[in-house]
Write a protein that binds this ligand. Structure first.
Ligand SMILES: NC(=O)c1ccc[n+]([C@@H]2O[C@H](COP(=O)([O-])OP(=O)(O)OC[C@H]3O[C@@H](n4cnc5c(N)ncnc54)[C@H](OP(=O)(O)O)[C@@H]3O)[C@@H](O)[C@H]2O)c1
Length: 363
């Protein structure tokens, strides 16, 4: 028997959470693999998965008891049992997991680099999330880099893809880009990419809260840093807005201030999840949702196999050294610690200069 521990949250009130302990018979069916989840990163992005759990199907990856959800996270796990001849006990994989001690998957595929979970309940969901990358098949893998991979890999992928999308559209003729939640890792990745590739072509303006102002300024990747209560100080020029915050009143202020100078309005996230507002009539262009997995599929089709990966790897090399200087990992293990970091992040009180790495199992 294996004892599985799950952190579950009330779908109707995310502050309400609990731990679930279940016993599982270890007899696996043919093809199944049991993974022991070692550690995972936890950021505002994971809160977004919960906030959009129903509307964007994030609750469907790791179902649990009625009315409750298991929040998806990115991390590492080890194969502890296998009824799949292509996958050995002891293998380590990177991928998408619940906040749990274990995950049972129906593994398929025999790629040197990856395999995927073909469980019925995941089959209609984006393939990007169902893939498990074998550390043995990744020449760039090293144990020391695991924290950076968990913290930045999915977020920097989004930053890279937003820059690619904007560049593909000639930056919609804009000369500046306003990025909200400027202290978030996704925004930092985007500002870094713009600073490196488009200096002189497009200015990056970071919008942040007073508490994160000094941190964001210290990064040196934004041409200007402005607080949410000072939007009217932004120069009126052709602009793109990239919104990570999803704060209804901030977006309204931005649209009102820039009005017809706003060339494109891109919605990426909802870090300020409690300040969301329903559909409202905004001056200027209608905001459009950016969904990274759709862009990945498009670029894999446009460019052919492996090209996106190698372009991303090149950009990553430029980013990760500096990112590791700016944001330091902090590891917390065990139920009490995991719950504390969850509540801290949910309340918007997590430190911007800290990358939280969690493990459900006390170590
Ligand atoms: N569409 C996609 O495909 C996609 C992919 C990846 C990420 N995203 C989105 O990008 C956003 C950033 O994610 P991340 O993981 O990079 O974030 P993160 O590094 O954890 O960012 C934390 C920052 O977000 C702001 N924040 C977080 N919670 C808050 C709260 N409750 N109230 C007010 N401010 C809060 C604060 O920044 P400020 O003080 O600077 O506002 C904080 O420093 C998320 O919304 C995520 O879902 C979207």
């Amino acid at each position: 028997m294996t004892t599985q521990t799950d952190f579950i949250v009330d779908k109707t009130n995310l502050r309400n959470c609990q731990w679930l302990q279940t016993q599982r018979a270890t007899q696996l069916h043919s093809g199944q693999v049991l993974l022991a989840i070692d550690s995972f990163a936890f950021t505002a992005n994971n809160i977004t998965y919960a906030v959009a759990g129903d509307s964007m199907s994030y609750w469907r990856f790791f179902p649990t008891q009625e009315g409750w959800g298991r929040i998806p996270v990115w991390g590492y796990a080890d194969v502890v049992e296998s009824a799949n001849s292509k996958i050995n006990v002891g293998e380590r994989v990177y991928g998408y997991f619940p906040m749990s001690s274990h995950l049972l998957v129906n593994a398929a595929g025999d790629g040197k680099r990856s395999w995927y979970d073909q469980s019925e309940h995941r089959s209609s969901l984006s393939r990007v999330y169902n893939q498990y990358l074998r550390t043995e098949g990744d020449p760039s893998y090293s144990a020391e880099n695991e924290a950076a991979q968990m913290l930045f890999r999915p977020l920097f992928m989004t930053s890279f893809l937003i820059d690619d999308f904007l560049s593909d559209n000639n930056f919609f003729g804009a000369s500046q880009i306003v990025i909200t939640s400027a202290s978030s890792k996704t925004s930092i990745g985007l500002a870094h990419t713009i600073h490196r590739n488009r200096a002189g072509q497009c200015k990056a303006i970071g919008l942040t809260s007073h508490s994160n102002l000094e941190f964001v300024k210290s990064l040196g990747i934004y041409d200007e840093v402005v607080t949410y209560d000072n939007i009217e100080s932004i120069h009126k020029a052709p602009t793109i807005s990239v919104d990570m915050a999803g704060n209804g009143s901030v977006l309204m202020d931005l649209h009102r201030h820039l009005a017809d100078q706003l060339q494109y309005s891109c919605l990426v996230g909802v870090t300020h999840w409690e300040a969301r507002q329903g559909a409202q009539q905004l001056p200027g262009p209608k905001p459009e949702l950016f969904f990274a997995p759709s862009r990945i599929e498009k670029r894999n089709q446009d460019w052919g196999s492996g090209v996106l990966d190698s372009r991303l790897a090149e950009a990553w090399q430029h980013f990760i050294g500096e990112a590791n200087e700016w944001i330091k990992p902090s590891t917390t293990t065990g139920k009490v610690g995991v719950e504390d970091i969850y509540q801290l992040t949910l309340a918007g009180k997590a430190r911007a200069d800290t990358g939280y790495i969690l493990s459900v199992v006390e170590q």
